[in-house]
Design a protein around this ligand. Structure first.
Ligand SMILES: C=C(O[C@H]1C=CC=C(C(=O)O)[C@@H]1O)C(=O)O
Length: 397
């Protein structure tokens, strides 16, 4: 189904939100699909690692089909830790249409701004330094090759956040990202992720892992220098290669063919440069694998966790003072015909009224430098700081 894009009044037409529905709308927008959903017909909270997971999904799809929906969908979020409950639902209402182009004046909401009343990093700078130093020691004395460690920034803002306005700002400022707004029990998970874990169209799989990062600069020359240095950086190339190798090894047993770029390319968001690899693969003939079977083999990749996965996961639980929940998990949708798209929940925030939590992680390898990882995670948070219209906050502190 195609949609035309007239000059929208963003909150009335674009997001079709009346006041009482401001926060219960699920939205996922990529350059391939825009999925919107509302209301709960059925829920799935089973962890992805549970044996009954696919059975529970099939049961929900069957029940929706018995109600007369030809190709029902599931939308929601999958946590970082596969043993934790998912928040997936078959919505009461949904539509899948041509994606938004975010290049409208309506998306440039310059008057949208917030002030910070309180802020706290978890861990704080000292705790972060200790955490990365402990990781570096482990990297030297263990089989661990890479670990991704994160921090959270907790904000209290001067007023409750208007979610549709935040979403339009996110889209306007980051037109080529995966935009999402996912109502969860703890608040709204909302953001502009640059990273695709998996898109499945029939038997074709697409993935776009990122790893290796540099902060962008407003100064053109400095910006070019940063991108060039990233491309030349052995440390970042190594960090990236670990992710691509893991995805390739996980896909090989499932697919009949795979195309992937020999060298990573550079991609940019408005705030960051990244090393990126596009991967395309065709599932083996007569494959009965669902998109969740594929996700189970891939997630969490070394771009979110580390390598080897189990060991990195163990050290993350021991070193990080916070529970990630859905941060660095997945957000997206899938249908009963086996299509779907799941982006990684980064460059995002969890918002509950005027309380906001931002998340950012960075890959740590033996050549990592503690202060650079602090600055990199702060730079990654700038995507959401800008979307909230927060000015003059130096989040390097
Ligand atoms: C974990 C995050 O970034 C990942 C994605 C791209 C580059 C990354 C890096 O260079 O460390 C991270 O693996 C985040 O943005 O919070």
């Amino acid at each position: 189904m195609d949609v035309a894009f007239p000059d929208y009044d963003y909150d009335a037409e674009l997001l079709s939100l009346s006041d009482q529905h401001k926060t219960d709308l699920f939205l996922f927008n990529s350059s391939h699909n825009l999925v919107r959903a509302r209301g709960v017909s059925q829920k799935i909270e089973t962890p992805l690692s549970a044996k009954t997971f696919q059975h529970d999904v099939n049961k929900v799809f069957d029940a929706e089909q018995r109600k007369g929906i030809d190709n029902p969908i599931l939308v929601g979020a999958i946590p970082f830790d596969l043993d934790q409950p998912c928040q997936l639902l078959a919505p009461k209402w949904s539509e899948r249409v041509k994606p938004f182009s975010a290049d409208f004046p309506a998306f440039k909401d310059k008057d949208f701004s917030h002030q910070i009343i309180n802020h706290a990093f978890k861990p704080d700078h000292t705790g972060f330094v200790n955490m990365i130093e402990a990781a570096l020691l482990t990297l030297n004395h263990d089989d661990l090759k890479k670990i991704v460690l994160s921090k959270i920034l907790e904000l209290t803002l001067d007023r409750s956040v208007d979610i549709p306005r935040l979403l339009t700002n996110i889209m306007g400022q980051n037109p080529s990202a995966y935009h999402f707004s996912v109502p969860l029990e703890s608040g709204i998970l909302i953001g502009a992720s640059p990273e695709l874990l998996i898109r499945k169209e029939g038997n074709t799989l697409y993935s776009n892992p990122l790893a290796g990062s540099a902060k962008r600069s407003k100064d053109l020359q400095e910006d070019r220098r940063a991108s060039h240095a990233l491309q030349q950086s052995k440390k970042d190339q190594y960090e990236h290669r670990i992710v691509v190798d893991a995805i390739r090894s996980a896909l090989i047993p499932m697919v009949q063919s795979m195309k992937l770029e020999a060298q990573p390319s550079l991609i940019s968001t408005p705030t960051m440069w990244h090393l990126s690899t596009q991967i395309e693969a065709i599932l083996a003939k007569d494959s009965e694998l669902s998109i969740f079977d594929v996700i189970k083999q891939l997630h969490p990749t070394p771009a979110m966790c580390g390598t080897p996965t189990g060991l990195a996961h163990h050290h993350i639980s021991a070193l990080e003072p916070h529970k990630r929940g859905f941060f660095s998990g997945l957000v997206g949708w899938c249908d009963a015909q086996g299509n779907g798209e799941w982006a990684i929940a980064i460059r995002c925030a969890e918002v509950a009224s005027n309380k906001v939590r931002l998340f950012a992680g960075a890959g740590v390898v033996p050549d990592s430098c503690v202060e650079s990882e602090w600055r990199e995670t702060s730079a990654k948070m700038q995507t959401m700081i800008n979307a909230f219209g927060i000015k003059g906050f130096n989040n390097d502190d």
